[in-house]
Design a binder for this molecule. Sequence first.
Ligand SMILES: [Mg+2]
Length: 151
Amino acid sequence: MKLIFLDIDGVLVTSRHMVQSKKYFGHEFDPECVRNLQEVLEITEAKIVVSSSWREGRTLKQLQSIFEINGIKNVIGMTPIIEGAIRGKEIMEFLIHSLNSGWEVDRFVIIDDEEEMGELDAHLVETSFETGISKTVKDKVIHSLVHKTEV
Ligand SMILES: [Mg+2]
């Protein structure tokens, strides 16, 4: 299985498309970023684990419905919230738990606009808050999930 650990602000929500949405008490996803992510999912068949602060105060079901409104059905989990820990540590915990549960994670990438991944730095594809998942980011993510050997 391929996993994408996905941030939202600066990845799907961008500064160039700051539109408040009443539907889910947050900002709308930037349609161009959504299209680029959909293309990644079609090509790689990766599943999404949400690592964004959007998971705070929301259930997985609520997150899934926010993604479904945007035509994305591949959200299978969210990372645990660990008080005071960097995001990379929360992702590591999720990975350890998945492997212990018998999931076969063969490749993964982290898409985030902040570098706080610690020992998982090599898996980060960094975005900018202005443009989120751009075409360049899309190409890098596909390359990491399809062509690179890792884990
Ligand atoms: Mg962010």
